[in-house]
Design a protein around this ligand. Structure first.
Ligand code: KG4
Ligand code: ZN
Length: 350
């Protein structure tokens, strides 16, 4: 294990969160901040890449400065800089990677080009989340507006994708159905609230992929089924009780699909003792509860990091940097941002 000379600065800018964090070499969080661009994108009903890139450019330098100040550190006392260089929206990636490289170059620090998915995957190993540091291999279910995949985490840099969505991400399905029901964006939290007042058995929506071998997901058919039911109602606002029943029945279909897919994943990785869930959808209480049940039935345990570490953040980026730096891994300043960067293309560590 290589000794890291000082705290590590992490930078995240791959989607619509601008984030910075500083962790000491053991992974203790010294300072962290996240600026969500939700308000900037909400009028458009989704993330607008050009707006995101400009917002990162406007906010990142100040945010990093504030985080360094809160940690009481000068740049020269850092031991490394880690920035997300993919996958994600290219404009934001260029902003974050360039800023991180600039700090590294100016202060002679090692730079780590972090894969955003690896950062989500390694979050479970942050000190304090799982007693004794999450042991490899474990399963990661990454469920957000942009990601929907299941990965076996064998080691830093060694990942096996067990399955993923063939169409929409699960958070995207929540957002689209929420829009059909007249809720704002992002729709997941509002839809969950509405579902709690509805009848989950009123509409027998499809459970796409349920029972199929493997661990792939599909949500577009389910979304279409909800759209057809909404269309049957005709023009005008949906009555509140109908909207609640639609929300509850949709969420119930998602819950059953997630439980089924998790069971398949656990059967595909019998050595895994932990099922880690990450991404914004991990905030959903019904999904968490069902995943906990599926894990327990396999003698495994569900680990759901606190919401601020499940959604996009820079703590996970700094931590991925630390995991790599202590294995003696860093990247050149010519590491190019990569909009597409599957986990299985990561450089092996062994
Ligand atoms: O991880 P995240 O903040 O950003 C990315 O998409 O990368 O995830 C946001 C997604 C949105 O699609 C949002 O609707 C969904 O997570 N979400 C939820 C809930 N909270 C957030 N979906 C279902 N139930 C929730 N409680
Ligand atoms: Zn993410």
């Amino acid at each position: 294990m290589v000794r890291i000379a000082g705290p590590v600065l992490g930078i995240e800018s791959s989607c619509d969160e601008t984030a910075a964090a500083v962790l000491d070499p053991d992974g203790r969080i010294l300072a962290e901040a996240v600026l969500s661009q939700e308000a900037e994108h909400a009028p458009f009903g989704g993330v607008v890449p050009e707006i995101a890139a400009r917002a990162h450019l406007a906010h990142l330098p100040g945010l990093v400065g504030r985080v360094m100040e809160r940690a009481g550190l000068a740049y020269s006392s850092l031991g490394g800089v880690a920035a997300t260089t993919g996958p994600g929206l290219i404009g934001g990636l260029i902003v974050g990677a360039s800023f991180g490289k600039g700090v590294a170059l100016a202060h002679g620090l090692p730079f780590v080009a972090v894969n955003h998915l690896e950062a989500h995957a390694l979050t479970a190993r942050l000190p304090g989340l799982v007693e004794g540091e999450a042991p490899f291999p474990y399963l990661l279910l990454l469920v957000s507006g942009g990601h929907c995949q299941c990965v076996r985490v064998d080691a830093v840099g060694a990942y096996r994708r067990l399955g993923g969505t063939v169409d929409d991400a699960v958070g995207e399905a929540f957002d689209k159905v929420a829009k059909l029901l007249g809720l704002g964006w992002p729709g997941g939290p509002a839809l969950e609230r509405l579902a709690s007042a509805g009848d989950p058995a009123r509409f027998a929506f499809p459970r796409p992929m349920k029972g199929r071998p493997g661990c792939d997901f599909s949500f577009s058919g389910l979304k279409t089924a909800v759209a057809q039911e909404v269309a049957r109602h005709g023009a005008g606002a949906l009555p509140a009780a109908l909207a609640a029943d639609l929300a509850a029945s949709f969420q119930q279909a998602v819950v059953e699909v997630m439980a089924d897919r998790a069971r398949h994943a656990l059967a595909m990785a019998p050595q895994a003792r932990l099922l880690v869930v990450a991404g914004g959808v991990a905030a959903n209480g019904a999904i968490r509860a069902t995943l906990a049940g599926a894990a327990a039935a396999h003698g495994a345990r569900l680990v759901a990091p606190p919401a601020r570490l499940c959604t996009d953040n820079a703590v996970m980026v700094a931590w991925a940097g630390i995991e790599r730096l202590r294995l003696g891994l860093s990247d050149g300043l010519d590491a190019a941002p990569r909009p597409r960067w599957p986990l299985e293309d990561m450089a092996g560590v062994t």
